[in-house]
Write a protein of this length. Sequence first.
Length: 455
Amino acid sequence: MSVIPADSAPAASVSSTPRLAELTPPQVPAGSNYPSLAAHFAPNFERIAAGARQRDLHRQLPFAEIADLNRAGFGLLRVPREHGGAGVSVRTFIRLLIDLAAADSNVAHQYRSHAGFVESLRFLDDARSQHWYAQLRAGATVGNASTEKGGNALGTLNTVLTEHGSGPETTWVLNGEKFYATGSLFATHTRVSASLTGAGGDVTGERSFAVVPTDAPGVELDDDWNGFGQKLTATGTARFHNVELDPLSVLPRRIGTPEAVFEASFFQLVLLAVLAGIARAVREDTATGVRERKRTFNTGLGLPYREDPLIQEATGNIAATAFAVEATVLHAADTFDEALAVAEATGADRHDFTGTVPQEFYTAELAIQQAQITVPEQTIRVASELFLTGGASNTAVEKGLDRHWRNAQTVATHNPIVFRSRQVGDWFINGTLPQGLSAIGDAPASAAASAPTQG
């Protein structure tokens, strides 16, 4: 793997992730209830929170913090017990992810790719799922490389997988470039979305995922993400040049299945958990700032700042909004647990399932879409209102309070909220099932061009 740091990043902040063979198998957290797991990860979260502001100020990638959290078993939380994981519910995982995001939203965000990969395994055939569960138990972590920056038509990908040989001798070769590779610099693998080539070498309409070792020959990861927020998620460019893969590393991508509906929604649930953590961090920084402030203004009531009822009211509004944001996200998480319970009872989580997608999967997707309309706006608002509870000194660079707004705004831009609002309205008015985010690219030249199918 070739790793190229951004010009603004200190050279010491970028290092290669260890090869899988060099990793120590992570600890499997005991118990599956939130209180015991929160206590288990509390030392990690406290260390992560203690350095979050300085890492943001100096753009220091959290390699050590993520490695410690991996060793503590954070990546095994949603791996089923029968496959060596903790087997916690979606709700419990999301509560812990909110705790982590409150400590540092960058660290929580980069787990989005890994968490989505873990969820996908329950829908795969036995050979692939058992292989990858074993890899996770040995210490593997998985980043993401899906989106391309321009040049691909909506519903298509320029990154391609080409099959060579047949039967037991089959291999696949991956070529292409991705604009976002969130978390891949921290991971042993990255999951790449790619188009498949046909027998004649032409790109077909089919798409698959390729799970690629980040240290494989032909893999290049750049730490060149230039967004103003979430700067430490290693969301940079990934390039793949003639990367050879075995069949177990190529995962099918089946349109219109329970897996496809669940995966698109789950990825958004993780982003909402990150926003909920940011809202909680805003609440804590607001309360701390007011509590410690000595100076006040003659335009106030002449009381110590922490006793001024107007400042208390402003802080209370922030706290109430953070509470509402977290409650919304946890309610959405419950719908995922309900969908998976139905899938297990009906066989909808099997790779060969051919029935109708259970309504509970669409219920979860609708819960996510409604939360995506409200949670980002509320989080961005409280991140701005934080500055109403203090003076101009709150804008001091060394305080780092602006990172909450920058990070929330950056997370919120992952999916245009107006598109979600339209889909939710269409559902309640016309009963039109929502379409999960699955294709990003250039719009067709004509509005009359047929829309791409969900994949």
